[in-house]
Design a protein around this ligand. Sequence first.
Ligand code: PLP
Length: 384
Amino acid sequence: HIYLDNAATTPMAKPVIDAMTTQMAEDFGNASSTHWFGRQAHTVLDDAHQVMANSIHAKPTEIVFTSGATEANNTAITQTAHARAALGKHIITTAIEHPSVLKPLAALEQEGFTVTYLPVDENGVISLADFDAALDDQTILVTIMMGNNEVGSVMPIAAIAERLADHQAWLHVDATQAYGLLEFDVHALGIDLLSVSAHKLNGPKGIGFLYRREGLNFPPFLKGGEQEMKRRAGTENIPAIAGFAAAVKLITPQEKADRQAKYYGLKQQLMQDLAISGVDFKVNGQVALDNLNHVFNIWLPGCSTYAMQTNLDLAGFAVSGGSACTAGSLEPSHVLTAMFGKESPRIGESLRISFGKDTTALDISKLATAIAKISTRLLAKHAG
Ligand code: PLP
């Protein structure tokens, strides 16, 4: 089986498993305990705070470990909206955010907040003119993803942050897909809140962090003990945190650039292989070096997503029809809908292929051959 669904999740790297195993087998202490065992665990926690902070040029005290990006997004949105409601009740986001952003926003709308969903173009990118038109003196929060999980588009975060420099609105960025591939500096950019998840970068599942700029004041989402400097209650998951830190140490700035270049090359190769095999396809979104190159979304006219994905699965290829979160629900992709309109045939006939650090050129040529075979079969069935 060949795994090409790395935007859904990634396999854990060996140093990650080693770090976690050590923590599970030996250093089992509670990081809040003051005895030797607790202090051992606390050292791991402190080191991990530093590793996360370094990776985005923040301070260790600005990092709060969470159970993943879902919790980080829920916290950044719900808690700040409630804390700042007296300043205004308007929030700006995009139409193509992850459900862990859209659902908390929908709940806030029920409570009387107003949310502007910025549209995207056929490349999956918002326009700054739309953003400028939406921003007003009631806006308290702007929540925009750095890069999209279905099509890999990258949003103009720097330009948005610049526009918010003298504005009361806080800027939250869901960097779940982008963090493993793009190098950025949250302070230099002017980002107030940022969400990350470990399992997208060969770390463990169920762990992530919320960066919250020093000075932002809002209550914790999970209430209870005083862990994480009173900002997230619950005994810290030290094995997962140690694994997360090991994963982050692997993605040096050079490694991120290398992966971006490698994935861009794989994308070019796949387009070429498909074309040579005579496959009729169109790319959903843009093929550009500065996109998130691990995600590749294509339209295969006449081949239903479901048929193509299940046939590829039988042939030994794991790809996705869209995001993993909506795959089970047969809901049409809200991302492709926002890009092409709800009548577009692309919505039911597209495939997301996402590369990982271990993906090879051979995997890609095998995949192209399989897609060619299956599409010929599916199209013949239609014709007949
Ligand atoms: N945001 C984006 C853009 C994602 O791709 C994901 C991944 O599923 C999430 C948030 C949620 O991450 P997690 O499942 O780790 O909570």
